[in-house]
Design a protein around this ligand. Structure first.
Ligand SMILES: CC(C)(COP(=O)(O)OP(=O)(O)OC[C@H]1O[C@@H](n2cnc3c(N)ncnc32)[C@H](O)[C@@H]1OP(=O)(O)O)[C@@H](O)C(=O)NCCC(=O)NCCSC(=O)Cc1ccccc1
Length: 136
């Protein structure tokens, strides 16, 4: 099913700050891409681990959002990252987040981040909780 173009553009400020572009979003998978731009680079000259985790968190969180009602909210309560290989400055990073568990109260999303040479750079597994009485 094609993704609503408005959904792809309607992203929070942090997503724009990262330069993360959403490519598709379904109830069981979300895909995006991000350039390892100059402001996201660590002292080793590679993509900062925090930026890698942020990209994955946004994709997984967006996936969780696709599975809740209009009066509900969701937030990340647990996150695990493996960094398999560094992402060089300027590289285009692809992210694919898939739903491993879609419960009513908790969801688990796993995001694979791949470099432009096709090699897996990181994997992030997160638990998202559904807030039925969101205060913010
Ligand atoms: C080097 C190692 C840690 C261990 O490698 P192993 O598991 O033993 O596996 P293997 O030996 O198979 O090599 C795999 C690949 O690594 C390459 N390589 C190997 N040795 C070296 C070397 N000495 N130097 C450079 N590269 C080396 C090797 O050529 C191969 O690539 P290839 O297949 O040829 O293309 C690797 O997993 C790695 O670089 N991970 C990414 C770490 C990363 O970018 N972290 C995020 C940034 S941290 C941050 O910003 C802080 C922060 C974090 C979080 C939050 C806030 C702040």
């Amino acid at each position: 099913m094609p993704t609503d173009p408005a959904l792809l553009d309607d992203q929070p400020p942090f997503c724009h700050h990262l330069g993360l572009r959403i490519l598709s979003a379904q109830a069981d998978r979300v895909e995006g891409e991000m350039i390892a731009s100059a402001q996201l680079i660590n002292r080793n000259g590679t993509l900062h681990g925090g930026a890698i985790m942020a990209m994955a968190d946004h994709l997984g969180g967006m996936g969780a959002q696709m599975n809740i009602g209009p009066t509900e909210s969701t937030t990340t309560v647990e996150s695990k990252t493996n960094f398999f290989r560094a992402i060089p400055a300027g590289d285009l990073v692809h992210g694919l987040s898939v739903r491993l568990h879609g419960g009513r109260q908790t969801m688990v999303w796993q995001t694979t981040l791949t470099r432009s040479d096709g090699k897996m750079a990181a994997m992030v597994t997160q638990t998202q909780i559904v807030l039925r009485d969101p205060r913010f």
